[in-house]
Design a protein around this ligand. Structure first.
Ligand code: ZN
Length: 225
């Protein structure tokens, strides 16, 4: 959590694949903790650490030791996802996307968002996927040709914090309410009451000023800035 924006974090490879910055590793475990009621919301039993909350919202506890154990390439480490969203770091290499491409693109960030049947990214669309730098986007497309079909690329003028995605606890029973979705997470906006009952696992932002671009065209531009 102390990385300086602009520096390149250590890169890891696993069986020839570039391990994304936001991927969790098997030894990055969540310590056992008990959720309790604190006023009109949730907290941890014996909560003392300021690191447990951000903007007053309770966050999942998870160790942060990149490179320890085996990576889960498709998974998301909550705190690194938040770090990448907060500072606009590339989700793959962890470097700032306030780079020379950002300047060349008229101060815009590149986002790859899972596309439903090729649908372009809509104005104000919510996402939990941090931006990606151009070299990493090109690398991803090269490694993963189906990415071109399953994802839409867009240059985005503004990514605005919207809320969190996490596990909602029933205010009466304090039991987790798990929706029937792949990640079992529920989105809660900063303005909602629900957020006080939600254990955050992702930052959610809305994307504004979106211009869809062709990933293959982007790749054809080469890797020079
Ligand atoms: Zn990158």
């Amino acid at each position: 959590m102390n990385e300086i924006v602009g520096t390149l974090p250590r890169q890891f490879y696993w069986k020839g694949l570039h391990v994304p910055f936001i991927a969790p590793w098997s030894r990055e475990r969540s310590p056992a903790s008990t959720i309790i009621r604190v006023g009109q919301g949730i907290g941890y039993a014996g909560e003392v650490s300021a690191a447990d909350r951000r903007h007053g919202n309770l966050w999942i506890r998870q160790a942060a030791v990149r490179g320890a154990g085996d990576p889960d390439l498709a998974g998301v480490h909550p705190l690194r996802q938040r770090q990448a969203m907060s500072h606009m770091l590339c989700q793959v290499c962890g470097k700032s996307t306030f780079d020379s491409d950002f300047v060349r693109w008229g101060e815009r960030h590149l986002f790859l968002v899972r596309a439903v049947e090729g649908r372009p990214i809509g104005e104000g669309e919510r996402t939990t996927t941090p931006p990606v730098c151009r070299p990493c986007a090109i690398e991803s497309v090269g490694v993963c040709p189906h990415l071109r079909k399953g994802y839409t690329a867009a240059l985005v003028k503004c990514a605005q914090p919207w809320g969190i995605a996490g596990i909602v606890y029933d205010p009466r029973t304090l039991k987790p309410i798990l929706p029937d979705t792949k990640d079992r997470l529920t989105e809660a906006s900063f303005n909602s009451r629900l957020i006080r009952w939600t254990l955050a696992a992702r930052d959610v932002t809305t994307l504004h000023g979106c211009t869809t671009i062709d990933l293959e065209q982007l790749a054809a531009q080469g890797v020079t800035a």
